[in-house]
Write a protein that binds this ligand. Sequence first.
Ligand code: MF3
Ligand code: CO
Length: 261
Amino acid sequence: MIAIRTEREIDILRQANQIVAEVLAVLAALVKPGVTTQELDAVAEEMMRLRGAIPAFKGYHGYPAATCISVDEVVVHGIPGARVIRKGQIVSIDVGVQYKGYFGDAAVSVPCGPMDPQRKRLLETTDLALSRAIKAARTGNCLNDIGRAVERTCKKERFSVVRAFVGHGIGTEMHEEPQVPNFDVGNRGPVLKTGMVIALEPMVNMGTHRVKVLEDGWTAVTADGKPSAHFEHSVVVREGGGEILSATDQWIWGRREDDKA
Ligand code: MF3
Ligand code: CO
């Protein structure tokens, strides 16, 4: 069962996701050579609590931090710690909160200073893939239209889409039905209806799509050590395409809301 949210519920989901968006904008601006991932996490948790929100990731299946900070070859679920961010690396920041009983979840990948052209193209392509996914989150479309749009966008640039992790419904739980693959699963899947709320989150690798999880049980890295990027928005299915709940007016690298409409 995929929940259809009322406009009142969607308002609260928007409030939760606006806190997420604000945190992402601040963390993105703090990415500089020499900063550690735990310094970013501390800022995020403080911002969440000041706004009356609960860090949704902390304690989730034992996850130890408020954010996931995934540097370069880390695909997702990088645990903030002593790792120092270096010039030219891709920093993927994933933030989730619980607010008034509803969840917000979004992510952005930003460059630490000047970046080589391949990495830059990976960021641009992943961001574009998310835009296309959001456009596909249109009333009457099928779930598989989302994955097909992402896969097509990435294949064209000869990047690979991660298959081991997927997007998800979001509402009164962080992870609800449906699962949202970022690739063509070969069948149409459920029809999208106005008021469904889903977190779309393409993870795209420069090399192989394969990932492995480190000893800590969380950190997912690319099997070949090549870089990866991750962008995520929580969106409501609408007639004209997905309405972004985690949108921000703050400029974040590569994120221009006029592209997302
Ligand atoms: N955005 C990620 C997801 O939807 C973040 C989860 S991190 C976890 O799965 F620690 F909470 F698992
Ligand atoms: Co998510």
